[in-house]
Design a protein around this ligand. Structure first.
Ligand code: BEZ
Length: 258
């Protein structure tokens, strides 16, 4: 399995786990959709620190968690010593023995270089009839957050940042799945406003956590004012009395390999 990191370089794995929809109860319905059976072989693609991997394993399946980030996999191994994890690139992985299902939560949007290559790898990892069950950012995901970023960057005279995510619409992704050798059984596109519990400084903290690599290209003296401006621009849409909310939109699907 070749390694290439599709993820930000500066992961804060603890904050990522606790704040951004990895943990039950938000993740549990996706495991219900997967419906792992005792003894089944399941691949958790983009497993992060292994929270959902452990949830799947608790239902009796044999799970392998894969992630592009060494830091995430180190945490996964430390937190779940009985489970199998490996570093691997979603665009370019192969498996020795086929799987009954591939599962992925909040990870496919990071594999943005070539979504068809990811789907090809998933198909090749599955037995005929195997399931691909996943949830990712869908079209419109983080629209207020990213619009605030782009405006703030422009106002500070910076080059437009290349956002590292892929947020497809349902028709586009269904077509990719069908062309990639899958029958789509279910596809949902829905809003999921998500509290930014671990981001006391709101949108600015979200940018630091998830788009830290883009800040590396910003002159250090500009980072503070730039992020303050991101907060000003995003606040009308995302700041509530109870705190900041991310404007997440999900694409959830279940597909079957031909
Ligand atoms: C998401 O889960 O939708 C997401 C998280 C971090 C950055 C971009 C999108």
């Amino acid at each position: 399995m070749r390694y290439e990191t599709p993820s930000p370089t500066r992961w804060n794995a603890r904050a990522y786990d606790s704040s951004f929809g990895y943990v039950s109860p938000v993740g549990a319905p996706l495991v219900d959709l997967l419906d792992p059976r005792p003894g089944e072989r399941v691949l958790d693609l983009g497993c992060g620190t292994g929270v959902m991997t452990a949830e799947i394993a608790a239902r009796g399946a044999h799970v392998l968690g894969i992630d592009g980030s060494h830091a995430m996999i180190e945490q996964a191994i430390a937190h779940h010593p009985g489970l199998d994890f490996t570093v691997g690139d979603g665009h370019d992985f192969t498996v020795a023995q086929s799987y009954d299902a591939v599962f992925s939560n909040a990870a496919l949007h990071w594999m943005s270089r070539d979504p068809d290559a990811v789907i090809d790898c998933v198909r090749e990892a599955l037995r005929p009839g195997g399931r691909f069950v996943a949830e990712m950012g869908g079209a419109g995901n983080c629209a207020a957050l990213t619009s605030a970023m782009l405006t703030a960057w422009r106002e500070h005279g910076l080059r437009e940042p290349e956002l590292p995510w892929y947020f497809p619409g349902p028709a586009e992704y269904a077509l990719r799945l069908e062309k990639g050798g899958f029958t789509v059984r279910l596809l949902e596109h829905f809003d999921r406003p998500t509290p930014l519990d671990e981001c006391p400084d709101g949108a600015a903290d979200w940018v630091r956590l998830f788009a830290g690599r883009l800040l590396d290209q910003v002159p250090p003296a500009t980072v503070g004012p730039l992020l303050r401006r991101v907060n000003e621009l995003a606040a009308p849409a995302l700041r509530r009395e109870s705190g900041w909310m991310a404007d997440y939109v999900r694409l959830r699907f279940a597909a079957e390999r031909h």
